[in-house]
Design a protein around this ligand. Sequence first.
Ligand code: THU
Length: 130
Amino acid sequence: MGENETLISAARQARENAHAPYSNFRVGAALRATSGRIFGGCNVENATYGLTVCAERVAIFKAISEGERGFDAISVVTDTDTLTPPCGACRQLIWEFCGDVPVILANLKGKTEVIPMRDLFPKPFDSSNL
Ligand code: THU
């Protein structure tokens, strides 16, 4: 299995744990650290709706809280014909911690697309603006 396939597989596995009783939109993400470790995340919804956390941010916070810095790629998996790109809030966080990494989108049927973060998030606000 290639590196992208391994990451997609981890995101797919993380999606199995999605807590999405309100939207029924189950998302899995996986983040590869430069250390080689892979961190999975799923969306975690809440009855207040607004406290919901996306799969991507769960994966990022898991990795950061385990001491990881520096990441090579992130994958997002949903069961949709149109692949699911990260939301705006997640793009801001991915940019902060991962920079211009490949974002590997996939669905359960094996459709994939790789988009560089610079294309998903042009003209970012980041530490260089402070
Ligand atoms: N969601 C994610 O987890 N990641 C995305 O990239 C898009 C949206 C979640 C949030 C919410 O639980 C559900 O999908 C519907 O928006």
